[in-house]
Design a binder for this molecule. Structure first.
Ligand code: FES
Ligand code: FE2
Length: 435
C-alpha cells in the first residue's frame, strides 16, 4: 500500500461515519461499501426506504384481487389490484399486532385475513372485520384508521409500477428523467406498445453485494468468452475477442440519478437487414414488421425492430431491462443478494416470436443458461477478494475525463469505460449523504 492509499484509508474510515458517501470519490470506492453491515443498514434507510423502487408490472395483477408480495428494502409489501381496479402497494403488516397478513407470493383473493387474530382487510387495504370488536368497549375504534398502510407514493410508467416510502422527493418522472426514452424501447418493441409479465420468475441468489449487479461493458468478452465462442461457432464465424472504445456503435451511457445503459442501438441498427430476414422466416414475422411500420414513424419502426426490445438499461437502484426480461435486484445482506428474472412477452405479436424470445432468454439467463451463472460466480469471487482489505480501494477510473456530454441529458463513452459504475455510484453517494 502506498502512502496515498494509506492516507485515504485512514481518512475514509473516519469520514465514513460522518458522511458515508465519501466512500466513493475520485473514481474509486472503498470496499467497506460492499462488505460493511453498518453501510448496508444505511443503504436500506437512505436508498431503499426512500427513493423510487420498481415493484412489479401491472400485468402481473391484471384482474381485481390479483396480488404479488414483494420487498421494498427490508419491508414486505403487497402489490394488489383492488376491487376498485386501482393497483396499490400496501405494507404487508397487520394493523393489529404487526403480523404479515399475506403469506403467499402470488394469487387472487377477495380479502386478506390475518392468521393471528383474524382481522380481515379488503383488497383496497380497508379494514373490513375485527373479531369481537365489542372488547374495545366504549373507546372509539375506527376501522378507517386501521387500514393496511399504503406506500407513501406509488406511480406507474408504461405499466412498470414503482413505489417510494418517502412522501417527499422527486416525482417518478423526474427520477427517471431521460431514461424513460430507453424504457420505451423495451415496450414499443410491441406494435401495441404493451408488454406482459406472465412467464413466471427465475429466482437466484449470489453471495455478493447488490451493487455488483451493474452495467459493465468491460467484462463480457473476457468473462463470457466461452459463450461468444459457442455463438460464433453456430454462426460459422470467428470470435471477435475485443471491443474497441473508439467503436461508436457500442457505448456506455449514464443518465441522471444513476440510470445507466450499455448502448448498442447503432450496432443493432446496422444489423437491421439480418433481423428483418430472420423475422420473415418466422410465423407471424411479416405481420409483425407490417404492424410495427403502421404503428410507428418509419425511422422509429426500424430502430425498434432492430433493437428487439433490449435497451440494456439499469434503473437505479433495483431494476434492469435487459434482453427479454425485467431483472429485479433485492439486497438481503452486505454479502448476499437475490436477483429475480421476469421474462416479458410482447403484446400484438405471434406466439412464435414470443416463444423465440423466451428461448433466447433461457439460453443467456435461464436456470441452465450461459451468461448469468458466469456473472453470479464472478460477483462471489469479487466479494471474496474484498476480504483482503489491506488495499481496500476499488478502481473505477476507466474513461474518466474522456466522457462525451450529449445534449439530451446523458454522458457516453467507450464500451469499456467505467462511467456506468461511476454514474450509479454518484446517485448512491448523493442518497447516502442525506441524513
Ligand atoms: S396481528 Fe393481525 S389480527 Fe392480530
Ligand atoms: Fe456479464
Amino acid at each position: 500500500m502506498n502512502q496515498r492509499d494509506m492516507h485515504l484509508t485512514d481518512a475514509t474510515a473516519d469520514a465514513a461515519w460522518m458522511n458515508p458517501g465519501e466512500l466513493f470519490r475520485d473514481g474509486r470506492i472503498h470496499s467497506d461499501a460492499y462488505t460493511s453491515q453498518a453501510i448496508f443498514d444505511l443503504e436500506m434507510a437512505r436508498i431503499f426506504h426512500r427513493t423510487w423502487l420498481y415493484i412489479g408490472h401491472e400485468s402481473e395483477v391484471g384482474q381485481q384481487g390479483d396480488y404479488r408480495t414483494r420487498m421494498m428494502g427490508r419491508q414486505p409489501v403487497i402489490m394488489v389490484r383492488g376491487s376498485d381496479n386501482v393497483v396499490r402497494v400496501l405494507m404487508n403488516r397487520c394493523r393489529h399486532r404487526g403480523a404479515v397478513v399475506c403469506e403467499h407470493s402470488r394469487g387472487n383473493t377477495s380479502h386478506f385475513r390475518c392468521w393471528f387474530h383474524g382481522w380481515v382487510y379488503e383488497t383496497t387495504g380497508r379494514l373490513a372485520h375485527v373479531e369481537t370488536p365489542e372488547a374495545y368497549g366504549d373507546r372509539e375504534f375506527s376501522y378507517e384508521d386501521h387500514s393496511l398502510t399504503p406506500a407513501a407514493r406509488v406511480d406507474n410508467y408504461r405499466g412498470l409500477v414503482f413505489a417510494s416510502l418517502s412522501p417527499a422527493g422527486p416525482s417518478l418522472l423526474e427520477h427517471l428523467g431521460p431514461a424513460t426514452v430507453m424504457i420505451d424501447v423495451a415496450i414499443d418493441a410491441s406494435p401495441d406498445g404493451k408488454i406482459t409479465v406472465d412467464q413466471g420468475v427465475h429466482r437466484t441468489t449470489f453471495r455478493g453485494n447488490w451493487k455488483m449487479v451493474g452495467m459493465d461493458g468491460y467484462h463480457p468478452n473476457i468473462l463470457h468468452a466461452s459463450v461468444w465462442q459457442i455463438l460464433a461457432k453456430r454462426a460459422n464465424k470467428s470470435f471477435r475477442d475485443t471491443y474497441s472504445d473508439s467503436d461508436k456503435a457500442v457505448r456506455t451511457r449514464a443518465f441522471l440519478n444513476g440510470h445507466v445503459m450499455l448502448d448498442n442501438m447503432q450496432q443493432r441498427l446496422s444489423g437491421l437487414d439480418k433481423r428483418l430476414g430472420d423475422l420473415k422466416k418466422m410465423p407471424g414475422g411479416e405481420d409483425y414488421i407490417a404492424a410495427m411500420r403502421s404503428a410507428y414513424e418509419p425511422d422509429r419502426a426500424e430502430a425498434l425492430i432492430a433493437s428487439a426490445g433490449d435497451p440494456h438499461l439499469g434503473l437505479f437502484p433495483n431494476v434492469q431491462l435487459i434482453g427479454n426480461h425485467i431483472r429485479v435486484i433485492q439486497p438481503i445482506e452486505p454479502g448476499l443478494t437475490q436477483v429475480d428474472f421476469y421474462p416479458t412477452r410482447l403484446v400484438g405479436v405471434s406466439d412464435e416470436i414470443n416463444e423465440q424470445r423466451l428461448r433466447q432468454h433461457e439460453f443467456f439467463y435461464g436456470p441452465a443458461g450461459t451468461v448469468s451463472p458466469d456473472d453470479a460466480e464472478i460477483f462471489e469471487r469479487a466479494q471474496n477478494g474484498m476480504k483482503a482489505s489491506y488495499t481496500p480501494w476499488i478502481d473505477l477510473r476507466r474513461g474518466m475525463g474522456l466522457e462525451e456530454r450529449d445534449p439530451k441529458g446523458s454522458i457516453s463513452g467507450g464500451i469499456t469505460y467505467e462511467l456506468t459504475q461511476r454514474g450509479q455510484l454518484e446517485a448512491w453517494k448523493a442518497l447516502m449523504a442525506q441524513a
